[in-house]
Write a protein that binds this ligand. Structure first.
Ligand code: HEM
Length: 537
């Protein structure tokens, strides 16, 4: 053997011995620390073999019932802590928010920590975009969404009359039009927004591309990597579209043709903005539009099912609306006077939470909880389904019981009924520094949309024309993405009377005509202003 080879072998041997010794000492040291409970882990893969991609939350719940309110598991080296008790979530994600507010990177996105606000790491992009988004959302809420929700809800009621069986499509298009108008004053963009929203949600969800679970596959060379190729296309399309929207609004502004939107609001104050430029701004705005689609779709669909399967609550709700609104469609101003409507909505979100696993936070430093070690980088799941099935807080948790919010004696009852129940502050909207920025918007949109449904229609099961029997819906069938909605189903929308049928048509026509007029007047005034400023001196 050459002397050089001998020397290298000797160094390697000593190195190996040292590392083994250190590992041995470290493992002895960690043995002294308590471990969180959890299912036994297999080397390397952890528990990936028995964690189903579909309805993953059911397995988490099964484990929670065995291992308790806080337990750990692992997948391909990624550590998870699943929290099923609201008090523990509060202690970790709120009281220790300083180190529990990062976001794990979604593997199958190119810049997950930078591009999309809800997915961003706890970095300066997140801090500044969160501030701006919060301001814009608050402004829209205070202005009652500039009348946009009122128009779009009426359009939806009208479409349900014309094409009732397309209700799941028209429901999402309603949400899409609200968001496209708020963001770019362009309701027609909903056509692109809705598929774009589901495209991103799929890409970032564990039940999306295989590479989100089998993470090493993402690093395969491009020619043999269909997941990366698909993402390149999705990202480029979305990027180009958001930039085109941004540039269009800027051009409209120079022509005096841009009415208020979040984009024009940004462009007006761009000089003082802390955002890095057009790309960041167009992404922040695009994301604001997109997130308002897949989030409200679930509760709206489940509200329909709640009403179909609990006709006694539908009747009570119609009675409340008739008494308070005296035949007119409910508006946001009616919110304090319609507690039963708020209770039916809140109970829908409790009964069928649409982010059942919760959204993971990532721990930024090693930590100890009740003497147990939690390593930096661990993903903490505030497991919403478990919170909302807690039988002490929610007796008879599997059933749809809106009275739990309306009658004293239930643990969740709270006064005054002019304010409570409210969905704002529900565990479903997350925790600490990362809580949802769309709580007002969700509250308001669900209120006007569900109020309009109860005002306009009797909601019933569809009858099979051959057998004459009701067509039942499997209430437990849904997608398995991070945010869920029920699988496609059928139902009937019958106007509550002939007069109400006419009201639905009249309301929509009146609001559409008003919107057309406002747009025309603004366009003419803008053109005149532009012509004046363009005149030579
Ligand atoms: C039923 C409706 C909704 C539910 C259940 C929901 C739920 C959530 C959850 C669980 C989070 C993560 C919280 C955490 O990490 O602790 C979140 C974040 C967020 N939500 Fe919502 N959301 C809804 C509607 C909306 C709407 C309509 C918008 C805006 C149009 C919106 C905007 C956001 C934003 C921007 C974030 C990111 C916050 C951050 O990471 O700092 N959400 N939402």
């Amino acid at each position: 053997m050459q002397p050089l080879t001998l020397a290298v072998a000797a160094i390697a041997l000593v190195g190996f011995a040292l590392i083994s010794l250190l590992n041995h000492r470290r493992s002895k040291a960690t043995q002294a620390v308590k471990e969180l409970p959890g299912p036994a882990l297999l080397p390397v893969i952890g528990r990936i073999h028995d964690l189903p991609i579909d309805y993953m939350w059911l397995k988490f719940k099964e484990w929670a019932d065995i291992y308790g309110p806080i337990y750990k598991t692992e997948m391909l080296g990624t550590k998870f802590v699943i929290v099923s008790d609201e008090k523990i979530a509060e202690e970790l994600l709120v009281k220790r928010a300083k180190i529990y507010s990062d976001r794990p990177a979604a593997q199958s996105l190119f810049q997950p920590k930078v591009d999309y606000l809800p997915l961003m790491g706890k970095n300066h992009y997140w801090a500044r975009q969160r501030r701006v988004t919060h301001d814009y959302m608050t402004g829209a809420h205070n202005a009652h969404y500039y009348g946009i929700m009122d128009l779009e809800v009426r359009r939806w009621m009208f479409r349900l009359l014309e094409k009732p069986q397309e209700f799941q499509w028209s429901l999402e298009d309603m949400a899409g039009k609200v968001m496209s108008t708020l963001t770019w004053d362009a309701p027609d963009q909903s056509e692109k927004l809705v598929p774009s929203a589901w495209g991103l949600l799929t890409q970032m969800s564990p039940a999306g591309p295989l590479t989100n679970v089998m993470t090493p596959l993402w690093h395969l060379p491009l020619f043999m990597n269909p997941w990366k190729k698909a993402e390149i296309k999705r990202y480029a399309t979305q990027n180009a579209w958001w930039m085109e929207r941004f540039v269009t609004v800027r051009a409209q502004m120079t022509q005096g043709q841009a009415r208020h939107s979040w984009t024009s609001q940004y462009l007006e104050s761009q000089k003082t903005s802390k955002l890095s430029g057009d790309k960041e701004a167009s992404f922040m705005l695009g994301m604001m539009a997109l997130v308002g689609v897949f989030t409200v779709a679930g509760p709206l669909n489940y509200f329909l099912l709640a009403m179909v399967y609990h006709p006694q609550w539908q009747r009570k709700l119609q009675q409340e609306i008739d008494e308070v609104c005296k035949g007119r469609i409910p508006t946001l101003d009616d919110m304090p006077n319609l507690p039963l409507l708020r209770a039916c909505i809140k109970e829908t979100m409790r009964w069928k939470p649409n982010v059942p696993t919760g959204v993971a936070h990532e721990l930024e430093e090693d930590d100890f909880y009740r003497g147990c070690f939690i390593a930096k980088g661990t993903r903490i799941l505030p497991f919403d389904l478990a919170f909302l099935r807690n039988p002490t807080k929610y007796p008879d948790p599997e059933s749809y019981r809106p009275e739990r919010w309306l009658e004293s004696g239930w643990p969740t009852y709270q006064e005054p009924l002019s304010v409570y129940p409210t969905i704002k502050g529900m565990s479903s909207f997350g925790w600490g520094q990362r809580t949802c920025l769309g709580q007002n918007l969700t509250n308001d949109e669900l209120f006007v949309a569900c109020g309009a449904l109860a005002w306009a229609y009797d909601l019933k099961k569809k009858v099979d024309p051959v057998t004459g029997l009701d067509i039942e819906v499997d209430l437990n069938k849904s997608g398995s993405l991070l945010i869920i909605k029920p699988d496609p189903f059928v139902m009937e929308f019958t106007p509550r009377s002939e007069k109400r049928r006419q009201d639905i048509i009249d309301e929509y026509r009146e609001y559409q005509a008003k919107d057309d007029d406002e747009r025309e007047t603004f366009a003419k005034a803008g053109a005149a202003r532009h012509a004046e400023t363009a005149l030579p001196n």
